[in-house]
Ligand binder design. Structure first.
Ligand code: NAD
Length: 383
């Protein structure tokens, strides 16, 4: 990206930061071979996803589905005397409100998207009384949709307030995009994972993440290692997807794992993942950042829905990789092997020394800065 492009993208630009983009291999998603660009600073992420994608191939790869691309804007209404009456009046005028929303975005309507429905929620307010919140539900087609729905929300808010007999306050999308869900499923025979005991231990480990928020946070972080890397590589909004994922993980009142691990009747591991997925192919940086455009091209996707499904497939593979490593040899063996290069560089190894120092660290088994410094000293003394 040129300095000029960067300067147009955000404010007060002083530079750019380089994040490596790797390509995850072995992915078969809905029967199609896919190469997946991943932008991440964390070693072992791309390798781990590729490894599980390879194991999943035997039983057909990863299968995904997605709902309609429905985003929701929230319009908060204050000072309503009769919340239930207001709710009824708003729903009675739904057609008028949807028409007003759609008048804001003829382009979206032309390509088959647009406002679809309204919902009116009355929820208890912590300081007493109730909140009245209108959800405007919009089919955003191939956009992430934030700007699209925010514009509509601001346009309809005065009329909503008039109908409800109050005043509008907040008018913005919710990132808990629970009407725009994506799902992925994979199955792997026990032999590929290290045997039946490993599968049993994976199930036991994954169940802790369903029941315990402390474990769930890290389990879901592993999922997001894959998801955020693809979202970032394709120029999409990582914070929007992350907010959606974590709020969805807490939807029943307790924060839980986003994925589920089971054994099917033949004994294979079956892992599934479901989460909101607000990614787009138009708008945001997806169209303006040249590297993001190239990343989208690598995936060969034709729609935002298809991109979201691939993102979800990578998140699931990433998650299975972490849970398998934890249930088998532990997370550090693979991770530290790949991390050794960073430790070597941190300890002062020059470009020509990095590989030798990293290999010596892995052979030693102690991937530590002090050991790396000793190895660098020995190498230089030999010379
Ligand atoms: P956008 O407004 O740039 O693009 C969407 C518009 O493109 C649509 O309204 C439509 O008019 C047009 N369009 C043309 N072809 C289309 C197609 N095939 N499908 C859909 N629309 C098409 O972008 P957006 O997706 O509405 O908003 C995304 C941006 O909003 C991101 O940069 C995001 O970071 C930012 N944002 C996010 C939040 C949040 O997540 N809370 C809040 C505000 C802004």
């Amino acid at each position: 990206m040129s300095e000029e492009q960067a300067d147009r993208m955000i404010e007060n630009v002083i530079g750019q930061i380089g994040i490596p983009v790797g390509v995850a291999t072995n992915f078969v998603v809905n029967g199609r071979e896919v190469l997946v660009p991943m932008a991440t600073e964390e070693p072992s992420v791309v390798a781990a996803a590729s490894n599980i994608a390879r194991m999943a191939r035997e039983l057909g790869g990863i299968t995904t589905t997605t709902s309609e691309p429905l985003m929701q804007a929230q319009i908060q209404l204050l000072d309503i005397a009769d919340p239930h009456g207001a709710r009824a009046r708003l729903i009675e005028s739904a057609d008028e409100i949807l028409a007003l929303a759609n008048a804001q975005d003829p382009k979206l309507v032309e390509i088959g998207g647009g406002a679809r429905d309204i919902r009116v929620r009355i929820l208890p307010r912590s300081e007493g009384g109730s909140h009245v919140v209108v959800h405007l539900i919009v089919d955003v087609a191939d956009a992430m949709g934030a700007n699209a729905v925010n514009t509509m929300a601001e346009a309809v808010a005065p009329r909503l307030a008039e109908l409800a007999g109050g005043r509008p306050l907040l008018r913005i999308l919710t990132n808990l995009a629970d009407l725009r869900l994506v799902r992925a499923r994979l199955a792997i025979p026990p032999g590929a994972l290290g045997g039946g005991q490993v599968v049993d231990d994976m199930l036991a480990g994954a169940m802790l993440a369903v029941d315990d928020p402390y474990r769930a946070a890290t389990h879901n972080k592993g999922i997001m290692n894959g998801i955020s890397a693809v979202v970032l590589a394709t120029g999409n909004d990582t914070r929007a997807v992350e907010a959606g994922a974590h709020s969805y993980a807490a939807r029943d009142g307790q924060y839980r794992a986003l994925s589920r691990f089971e054994r099917d009747e033949s004994g294979s591991l079956v892992a599934t993942l479901e989460l909101p997925m607000a990614v787009g192919l138009v708008g945001g940086a997806t169209k303006t950042h040249p590297a993001a455009r190239a990343a989208v091209e690598i995936t060969e996707v034709k729609s935002a829905a298809e991109l979201g499904e691939i993102v979800c497939a990578v998140g699931l593979a990433q998650n299975v990789a972490a849970v398998r490593a934890l249930a088998a040899e532990g997370i550090q063996r693979g991770h530290m092997g790949l991390h050794a290069r960073n430790v070597a560089i941190g300890a002062g190894a020059t470009a020509s020394e990095v590989d030798a120092v990293a290999s010596a660290l892995v052979a030693d088994g102690r991937v530590r800065a002090d050991i790396a410094e000793g190895i660098i000293g020995e190498l230089r003394a030999e010379r």
